[in-house]
Design a protein around this ligand. Structure first.
Ligand code: ZN
Length: 329
């Protein structure tokens, strides 16, 4: 009798441990991009609603690209703690907000090693504004979907620390607990009402402020999990669930719910923040491009874009599952 149980347990361990942290997981990213559409003004809503499935389906594409594109991984995080206490302050001791200044001061290799999410969001803000100016529907869609992903990543506290999966503090797995397990179990009860997306006067400042806020939450994300773990017997902390035809070890529902409560709904709050912020970036790009008439654009991706996506999907499917550098086990 003992052997099958042990085999099952080992299988569960295997399935749990190599999980690759992906911000917001599959479920979260899709939901966040989708909900962001509803924060837009009427002049944008028609085009974005017509393409809501595209924006949803492509919300996780940047994570999928990590294993095949060497440039991709650093775009999803910033190891604030790699730079010391004053990293996020303004002025000479803090990280330069302009990428060129950061490269000059820190060197590009080092920057890429520790992640570039706020700089990348700022760069994409420029690209999406340009796509609106060109009235290029395909580019608008592709960049909107990608930008949504990176903005959402910047709202995840564990994307702002070297200890991104609790691996330095014996809390391995916390990444998936915070951003996948909690939303998967609890999002049905989350309140996602955000009100309309605001115009961002200084989008680069906004994304840096977002990273600062996320980083300020790292301590409580880790501490509350540690405190809760001390209260739970291991067999109550974890449970097994069926996923398709696999049995996987997961954080138990009881543990997950109590973690949510101890965090005072932090995951829900950050998710809501991500939704509104994505809408705000899309809206700001459109305004800065002179508010082009989106109803005059084709309201589906072109055949060419669909073919490009199909080709990319095929490449990803065939690619070896190599570990991408940065924020991976
Ligand atoms: Zn990501």
């Amino acid at each position: 009798m003992k052997k099958p149980f042990f085999a099952l347990f080992s299988l569960g361990m295997l399935l749990l441990l190599p999980q690759q942290p992906q911000a917001w997981g599959f479920f979260g990213h899709r939901l966040i991009n989708r909900l962001a559409v509803f924060t837009l003004p009427p002049e944008m809503m028609g085009f974005y609603k017509a393409n809501i499935d595209y924006l949803t389906d492509n919300a996780t594409r940047p994570d999928s690209r990590r294993s095949v594109m060497p440039d991709e991984a650093p775009r999803h995080f910033l190891d604030v703690d790699a730079y010391g206490d004053s990293a996020l302050t303004r002025g000479l001791r803090g990280l330069p907000r302009a990428y060129a200044d950061a490269v000059a001061r820190i060197g590009e290799d080092s920057l890429l090693k520790h992640g570039i999410v706020p700089w990348h969001v700022a760069r994409m803000k420029g690209q999406l504004t340009e796509a609106f100016k060109q009235r290029d529907a395909d580019r608008i869609l592709a960049l909107s979907a990608d930008l949504g992903h990176y903005v959402a990543d910047a709202c995840v506290p564990l994307h702002t620390t070297r200890n991104y999966n609790g691996q330095l503090t014996g809390q391995r797995g916390i990444h998936g607990l915070w951003e996948s397990r909690l939303p998967e179990i609890l999002a049905a009860n989350y309140d996602f009402f955000t009100g309309p997306a605001p115009y961002l006067k200084q989008p680069s400042e906004t994304i840096w402020a977002t990273v600062i806020r996320s980083h300020a939450a790292v301590d409580s994300v880790l501490r509350l999990e540690r405190e809760l773990t001390a209260k739970f017997a291991p067999d109550k902390k974890y449970g097994f669930e069926e996923r398709g035809n696999q049995t996987v070890r997961v954080y138990s529902r009881e543990f997950s719910r109590e973690y949510h409560q101890r965090l005072s709904g932090q995951v829900e709050r950050q998710m809501r923040r991500a939704v509104q912020l994505i809408g705000a970036f899309w809206y700001t790009c459109w305004v800065d491009a002179g508010q082009p008439d989106l109803d005059a654009l084709p309201n589906t991706p072109s055949d060419k874009e669909q073919q490009r996506l199909a080709r990319e999907a095929k490449t990803l499917e065939q690619a070896p599952q190599a570990a991408a550098p940065g924020h991976e086990d």
